[in-house]
Design a protein around this ligand. Structure first.
Ligand code: OXD
Ligand code: MN
Length: 589
């Protein structure tokens, strides 16, 4: 196999010598080649072809039972010095990591085929875009990458003889948990993933490249790679404002990105357009504004809970050319099902482990789909995909939102005073553990900018990079924090969420335009209850007032917790953030 780029040639040759596959196949992106791979995966049982009338182009895959989620404990940032990975990442010295990994990869593809996937994160040729080469022995990975990224010969043509690409080597090996490693080498533009076949660990364009490697590249090159959705909010006058928003995993990013406005808003002409649901690459434009692209080409969404009410746009996205992972197979009509899809679980079914799933299992509370089961759906399937989804220049941001899951502390929404305060608000993002997760309830986990598992370098340097970006962004977006998860004394949610989140987005946009009011509190600007449009919602301004309170005692506790988190960063903590924390404390006195 011959490549124009010497770097690609060397990477492929060395990886073939190490993994010794029987065959090497270049993925050219042609439908013919992909169709042959789908047929092969079906013949070996790696994928199940679903009902082609009801779900055209759709397939089901089941992972190994020990391999169902990203594994943060086995994810490493491998650098020369530990300080460069920082206190929030697992670290391995990079030469030692290469040595250890090479032993595991040795001969790992014997009897298998190695697929060479040239892919672009971002529209091919966009100035924001970056190229990767993933080598994998999994057809499932190939077919998912084809949905999630732009794949094929056109990418190699764009790369030409350049060596500027990210190397990704994935081998399933024995799916051995003890030898599972997801290693990023940001200093070498390299990713090595072994002994897993699950999405986030093996679709190397996503978390490994578009966040961990890209965040490092962004710092070198003066841009930002963020764990953010991007949406366009169209107003009745036809103008569209763009918002990027960061939330920890499992806080409803995909739902917010595809929000359907409540009837009263829809009637007036408000619409939401999805640009991205998970990752944003952000650069500063010549006009001093921030511009964002979604580097992905599809959605790797959580299936359970997705339904015609919670997210009709996501559901519609999965009705064709989609790969389902670890959901229920309905054997009566060869379609799929998951908990929370509807109230009619299939009578005859196979669960995500491949076992019969019976009425008795259901009565005993045995779940049919894995809670982290997924759909991989092409972005262009989404009924509300933005017409600027492919815009090579990105979309200009008017607001950046941070959010988390807090029962009491954070109000429904508040606005930061300025850029540095906004960065501070992002840096103190946190979620509380819920009863649904194992372990103690109400424990605060700090997840700055939702990047805790995804920042490819020292978190203190990352904060400093954000602060420094403020000098370049002369036309600054405004920063906000939202919390859809505030509860009453009995633990009931106080805010309906979903489509009604539009009411908060509306206030946010009006704040960026200077047409909505707010009051100053110790933590920032909070709306007056009457500033939130409640038309058509069965809530009083008093209910809203309850959602907007800022309890100084709780915030003092939180400030102590932030202090503890910041202490971990040592001298790397930017002075500007130290100052913001001191201001918060003073405001609370
Ligand atoms: C994801 C995550 O899968 O953040 O997007 O965990
Ligand atoms: Mn995510």
């Amino acid at each position: 196999m011959k490549f124009q780029s010497k770097g690609v040639q060397q990477f492929v040759d060395e990886s073939v010598a190490l993994c010794t596959p029987d065959k090497v196949v270049l993925i050219d992106g042609s439908e013919e080649q992909l169709e042959a791979l789908r047929a092969e995966a079906v013949s070996t049982g790696e994928m199940i072809k679903l009902n082609q009338e009801l779900l055209p182009g759709c397939y089901l895959h089941r992972t190994a039972v020990n391999d169902v989620a990203r594994v943060e404990g086995r994810t490493f940032i491998c650098t020369e010095k530990q300080e460069d990975a920082g206190p929030t990442n697992n670290w391995m010295q990079k030469d030692e990591a290469y040595k250890m990994l090479k032993e595991i990869y040795k001969g790992a593809m014997k009897g298998r085929t190695m697929y060479v996937i040239p892919y672009s994160m971002g529209a091919v040729g966009s100035p924001f875009s970056k190229i990767g080469i993933e080598l994998t022995d999994s057809i499932y990975v190939v077919l998912n990458m084809v949905i999630m990224t732009r794949v094929g010969q056109k990418v190699l043509d764009t790369l030409g003889d350049s060596d500027d690409f990210v190397r990704g080597l994935h081998a399933k090996a024995d799916i051995d948990e003890e030898k599972r490693y997801i290693c990023q080498f940001p200093e070498d533009n390299t990713i090595m993933s072994v002994n897993s076949g699950y999405g986030g660990n093996v679709l190397l364009g996503k978390k490994c490249f578009a966040l961990r490697i890209a965040s490092y590249l962004g710092r070198q090159e003066g841009w930002l790679a963020e764990h953010m959705l991007i949406l366009g909010l169209e107003k009745p006058n036809g103008e569209t404002k763009y918002i990027a928003a960061a939330f920890p995993s499992a806080c409803g990013k995909t739902n917010l990105a595809m929000l359907i406005p409540p009837e009263e808003f829809a009637k007036k002409g408000y619409k939401v357009h999805t640009v991205g649901d998970d990752i944003a690459w952000i650069r500063v434009g010549a006009d001093g504004r921030m511009y964002a692209i979604n580097p992905e080409n599809g959605f790797f969404g959580v299936a359970p809970g997705t339904n015609a009410k919670s997210n009709p746009n996501a559901l519609a996205s999965t009705r064709k050319n989609t790969i389902f992972t670890n959901v229920v197979l309905n054997t009566d009509n060869n379609t799929v099902w998951w908990e929370g899809l509807d109230k009619n679980p299939p009578e005859h079914a196979i669960d995500w482990k491949g076992n019969p799933w019976t009425a008795e299992d259901r009565a005993n509370g045995v779940k049919g789909a894995h809670p982290n089961s997924r759909f991989t759906a092409p972005a262009k399937n989404c009924p509300c995909i933005s017409d600027r989804f492919e815009d090579p220049q990105g979309v200009p941001l008017d607001a950046i939102i941070f959010g988390g899951r807090r029962a009491k502390t954070a109000p429904l929404v508040y606005e930061a005073r300025d850029w540095n305060h906004g960065v501070f608000v992002g840096s103190i993002m946190a979620s509380e553990t819920t009863a649904a997760a194992s372990g103690a309830v109400g424990v605060v986990r700090r997840d700055p900018m939702a990047m805790l598992p995804f920042c490819g370098y020292n978190m203190g340097d990352y904060f400093a990079h954000w602060i420094e970006m403020g000098d370049k962004v002369t036309k600054k977006p405004k920063f906000f924090n939202v919390n859809w998860f505030r509860t009453d004394e009995e633990g009931h949610f106080l805010w309906p969420g979903f489509g009604d989140n539009m009411r908060v987005l509306d206030w946010i946009i009006r704040r960026t335009e200077g047409t909505a009011d707010a009051v100053e509190t110790p933590i920032g600007y909070v709306p007056n209850p009457e500033d939130i449009n409640l038309e058509g919602l069965d809530m009083t301004t008093e209910d809203i007032a309850n959602l907007l309170t800022v309890d100084k005692t709780l915030w003092k506790e939180d400030a102590e917790n932030i202090e503890g988190f910041y202490a971990k960063l040592g001298d790397k903590l930017p002075k500007a953030l130290r100052k913001e924390l001191d201001t918060l404390k003073a405001n609370l006195e």
